[in-house]
Design a protein around this ligand. Sequence first.
Ligand SMILES: Nc1nc2c(ncn2[C@@H]2O[C@H](COP(=O)(O)OP(=O)(O)OP(=O)(O)O)[C@@H](O)[C@H]2O)c(=O)[nH]1
Ligand SMILES: [Mg+2]
Length: 465
Amino acid sequence: MFIDKVNIHVKGGDGGAGCMSFRREAHVPKGGPDGGDGGDGGSVIVRADAGVSSLIDYRFKHHFKAQRGTHGKGSRMHGARGEDLILKVPVGTVVRFYDEESKEAGELIADLTHDGESVVVMAGGKGGRGNTHFVTSTRRAPAFAELGEPALEGWIQLEMKLMADAALVGMPSAGKSSLIAKISAVRPKIADYPFTTLVPNLGVALTSDDYSFVVADIPGLIEGAHEGRGLGHEFLRHIERTALIVHIVDLTGDWEGRDPLQDYEVINSELALYADELAARPRIVVANKIDVPGTEEVCEKLAQRVREDSIAAAGGNEFAPSPIDPKLYRISALTGQGVDALKNAIGTKVRELREAAREQERSTPRYDQVWELRRDARDAAFEVHRLSDGVFRVEGPRVERLVVQTDWENEEAIAYMQHRMKRMGVDKALEKAGARDGDEVRILGFAFDFESALMADDMFAELED
Ligand SMILES: Nc1nc2c(ncn2[C@@H]2O[C@H](COP(=O)(O)OP(=O)(O)OP(=O)(O)O)[C@@H](O)[C@H]2O)c(=O)[nH]1
Ligand SMILES: [Mg+2]
């Protein structure tokens, strides 16, 4: 079975709690604070690995969790960092958020197109700091420590897309599998009935000057494929990421006794209907089964049509570069006639396209890095809502974690949380929203007083954070 899409639940490791402790020495009733920090929780990382060829590992196991950080201890003993959990996926895997309720994929997280490329999908929680961090000139013995930060968790979707350089597309029985068998080492099933190929086959082809490229043999497409008819739809999206489309036309119109020119049009329009940009994707057109007598005339007509389409795709200018190769490649996948010339033409085109892609890659930032930066910004953001007269709610990932990280039984811990909120600008934002002394501020299930909470003297003002 070809597993190309899975939804999994991932959770980072929670941070360990910081420790509240004081040094004990003989003859000293109460020494200075010596509580160690909790360890950071591990993160969940998705990494592309050239040694992994499918998502089968995620078929039955759906929950993955990184290790939590351990708690800090007295005598300044820090907790251990939790180990990251690395989920290996095939090169060419797209990672997205997934909404378990609506069963829909959400925002794109990363497109892992290179071996070793990785993205942190759920960060572990930071370890809480021990009480040694909270000494100020006026408070020598802080009697609290931070709790560990809870980790992020959620559903993500992994989707594997084929990473072929060229995709063989065409009607059922056009000879796609016969061709890939001739130019690579794969041996797919070949038969004279439609839909012989049910899942894509990947093969490595070598040009006569030893340049290698990956070809995909895609299940046959039929009219209406873009809206789900036949088998092709599932696989049309794989074509989305192949640089070159190799369109195979059956000159005999074998399947259902069709007109080859009409077949050619149908495939073109299915590609365009599926995704606009596929219409402009670099393309080579191949006429297959030239060994069958009586196909010469239709072959000439097709050659003429391809030439016209090539010029049209170049904006009507015969001499401008066109995404469609003006030449019709005539082959017999059965006898091998014309196959080497076609293979070399595909190789040459792939090389050109790869070089152009590399050039472009140099000038664009890696998507996963962009995403990670954006997530950080989003994490720190918060919103203030006025619920009713004198009641406000503050919402935002980091603010909310700060609240959960606080020991609400401990006044000093609360005062420290207030200090951090002040640093984040929560008090300013509340003031701007109209909050006044005595108003109620709610964060998650907790409530406190605006005045005492945020306007009070900050006893931790001299601490860095
Ligand atoms: N005479 C002749 N027959 C061919 C040629 N290429 C393929 N065939 C025959 O056409 C039939 C279909 O070939 P396949 O390679 O299975 O076609 P396909 O495009 O992979 O078909 P699906 O997997 O069903 O989409 C088989 O009976 C092949 O032997 C050719 O060049 N000449
Ligand atoms: Mg086939």
